[in-house]
Ligand binder design. Structure first.
Ligand code: GH3
Ligand code: MG
Ligand code: MG
Ligand code: MG
Length: 426
């Protein structure tokens, strides 16, 4: 039995009197984002809904409604603490300035805007993602810090604050999942450049983004921030739209790099490391163990008669078995071991600091657990066994170890399959 956490879809309040607009946006929210759109066709309806339960993730608010003054619904939503995305029929510069000045407003969208629905769903998707992202602000000016915090919190980021560079450094050190630091230059104790230098000694650009804030008229500051390892900079004074756009752009860039890296080292089906990673990291582990006279074991695993699973139940069933075995391998090994998909239905586990005896016990347990595993697929239950060959101890090279493990695997196959084969050192 699986323990499943059922997540309730987020509720989004949509206050809109145009039936067409309401239907289109509601459909998209449900289909694209798995959100629950709660519809209010008038101000009165919106007020009743908010009175019943004001716990909305966000609100889409039409400024023009038949039973209220312009903007009355926006005030209502803000007074309930729900972050609003304003929908407006026409562009008006004064209106834009009023909206931008209120740091509690997430954004505004023109209804005629090309790809407007896409814009809204992308925005809400980002707000959902932002909930899990921590941003630290290093800024000595209280009012500036408050402004930044307010804007970022409206966009659902988790915000941490520090009044000088040293406090910011301590904060980031204690909170390793901070994704982005926004830092002022001129600060007491430790200034923006020193903070940048201290942070870069510990955290790489790809893991911790840093945006420097430089004062107007000092263009030298921005280029210095970049040269010293900042990801980006913003020149003061800046508006919330500029800040949020830069923050998002930098986060997206980091996420993309992360995804690219994952693609380069992991197998997409099983999420295990690929062959290339095994060779690169395995080589390092091999030399490390040899240098420190620590034991090392390598196991090659091959699913028995796997072709039959595909032939009898189809390729998707085969994939389900591959995934189940991969999960089992991860669960039954240590984080420091390298578990890789070596080829189609072949796996390789590199267990550092494990001698022949330890490896024998470990892989016998794994063999037994795979044999006992039942994989549900459609209305069927699938099962599989594996043959395992182990190489332990001191070898000339990693390739040499892999070759030996492969020979042992061959012996396990020849010996009847569903077996673990290894030679104990004499
Ligand atoms: P043995 O016990 O001798 O290892 O027999 P086997 O059938 O497991 O070995 P064989 O090498 O003949 O067949 C391997 C099969 O694995 C054939 C191939 O279609 C299947 N396979 C390889 N990669 C994948 C994959 O990604 N998904 C699925 N479903 N099957 C795969
Ligand atoms: Mg300052
Ligand atoms: Mg094979
Ligand atoms: Mg096989």
């Amino acid at each position: 039995m699986y323990n499943q956490i059922i997540m309730k879809p987020e509720r989004i309040l949509v206050i809109e009197d145009s039936k067409f607009y309401m239907t289109s946006i509601t459909k998209r929210l449900g289909n694209v984002l798995d959100c629950q759109a709660v519809c209010a066709a008038s101000f009165t309806q919106a007020r009743d809904l908010l009175e019943q339960d004001p716990d909305f993730f966000a609100a889409l608010v039409d400024l023009q409604l038949p039973d209220a003054d312009a903007g009355q619904a926006l005030d209502l939503v803000l007074s309930c603490g729900v972050p609003p995305i304003v929908l407006t029929a026409d562009y008006d510069n004064d209106l834009r300035e009023t909206l931008v000045a209120d740091h509690r407003v997430v954004d505004y969208v023109f209804k005629q805007q090309a790809h407007g629905f896409q814009y809204i769903t992308d925005l809400i998707k980002r707000l959902m993602r932002n909930r899990g992202i921590k941003i630290a602000i290093a800024e000595d000016s209280k009012s500036q810090r408050y402004k930044l915090k307010r804007i970022l919190e409206t966009h659902k980021f988790q915000v941490l604050e520090a009044g000088d560079g040293d406090a910011a450094f301590q904060l980031v050190k204690q909170t390793p999942d901070v994704k982005l630091v926004i830092t002022d230059y001129n600060m007491p104790v430790v200034d923006g450049f020193e903070l940048l230098t201290m942070l870069r000694r510990k955290f790489h650009k790809e893991h911790l983004g840093i945006i420097g804030l430089s004062a107007e008229g000092n263009s030298g500051l921005s280029s210095r921030f970049l040269k010293m390892g900042a990801n980006d900079f913003l020149t003061k004074p800046f508006g919330p739209e500029e800040l949020v756009a830069r923050v998002n752009q930098n986060l997206e860039m980091m996420e993309m790099l992360d995804q690219l890296k994952t693609l380069a080292i992991k197998d997409p089906l099983t999420k295990l490391y690929n062959r290339r990673y095994l060779f690169d990291e395995g080589e390092k582990a091999f030399h490390e163990c040899r240098k420190c006279h620590k034991p090392l074991s390598i196991a090659m695993l091959d699913i028995d008669h796997f072709k039959k699973v595909n032939d009898e139940h189809g390729h998707d069933a085969g994939d389900a078995v591959l995934k189940a075995i991969s999960e089992l391998l991860i669960k039954n090994t240590r984080g420091s071991d390298i578990v890789a998909r070596y080829g189609g239905e072949e796996f390789c586990v590199l267990a550092a600091e494990t001698d022949a005896q330890g490896a024998g016990v470990l892989f016998e347990k794994i063999r037994k657990r795979i044999q006992d595993t039942r994989v549900p697929f459609d209305d069927k239950t699938l099962s599989a066994t594996v043959s395992i060959g182990i190489a332990s101890g001191h070898f000339f090279s990693l390739a040499d170890m892999l070759r030996h493990a492969d020979q042992m695997l061959y012996a396990a196959k020849a010996g009847g399959r569903n077996k673990v084969m290894y030679e104990m050192p004499v």
